[in-house]
Design a protein around this ligand. Structure first.
Ligand code: DX5
Ligand code: ZN
Length: 213
């Protein structure tokens, strides 16, 4: 069974708490929080203050995706704000092993993400150290983009590596997920799907989430 993590990036920010409760009621498994700093990606979104406020609206697992240049510096703040899992991008890490260790020390689970054009080999050695691998299926920065199908072989390859570790490591796919691409990602081995626009732009959140599952 695949888990669905609606990305609040596409929610109505003027009613963020209500939106989170609505997707929870509609069957969301996790809440995906996209954090952008205007440096690693050309967009700025939310910080730990918002995370701590929305933490009060739900008990759902907070899957916090840091698309920022200096994730280690801010990890503690996001952990204290109520994150359950913090994902960092391999592209910004000089020393992946030690950065993962530092994030773990915050008490959160740790995820590692790679952009669509990045090869698996940049994370291959550390996959068994993390709780989740996030494969970006769009270029990070904005919601509502189209799924890049070139990443499908990479999802399969990472599924294989994860299976060989014998550990429970989630494989999450993020970007351009709809009913059609959800099936492609799931068939390739994903077990968590992030969906922003597809869920929040739909008229019926329950139907949208069900169609992904
Ligand atoms: C992109 C973000 C995604 C995005 C997903 O930078 O990491 O989580 O919001 O949105 P959709 O599902 O609309 O592509
Ligand atoms: Zn994301």
């Amino acid at each position: 069974m695949v888990l669905i993590a609606p990305s609040i990036l596409s929610a109505d920010f003027s009613r963020l708490g209500e939106e989170i409760k609505a997707v929870e009621k509609a069957g969301a498994d996790w809440i995906h929080v996209d954090v952008m700093d205007g440096h690693f990606v050309p967009n700025i979104t939310i910080g730990p203050v918002v995370v701590s406020k929305i933490r009060k609206t739900t008990k759902l697992f907070f899957d916090v995706h840091l698309m920022i240049k200096d994730p280690v510096k801010y990890a503690e703040m996001f952990a204290k704000a109520g994150s359950d899992l913090i994902t960092i991008h391999a592209e910004v890490c000089k020393n992946l092993k030690s950065d993962i260790k530092k994030i773990k020390e915050t008490g959160c689970k740790v995820g590692i993400s790679i952009n669509p054009e990045m090869p698996v080999k940049i994370i291959e050695d550390i996959i068994s150290d993390v709780d989740l691998v996030l494969v970006m299926s769009v270029h990070p920065g904005f919601g509502g983009q189209s799924f890049i199908s070139d990443v499908v072989p990479k999802i399969r390859k990472i599924r294989d590596i994860i299976d060989k570790t014998g550990k429970k490591i989630y494989l999450e796919v993020d970007g351009g997920i709809n009913a059609k691409t959800a099936k492609i990602a799931k068939d390739a081995g994903a077990d968590v799907l992030v969906a922003g626009n597809y869920v929040f732009a739909s008229k019926n959140y329950k139907e949208a989430i069900q169609s992904l599952k």
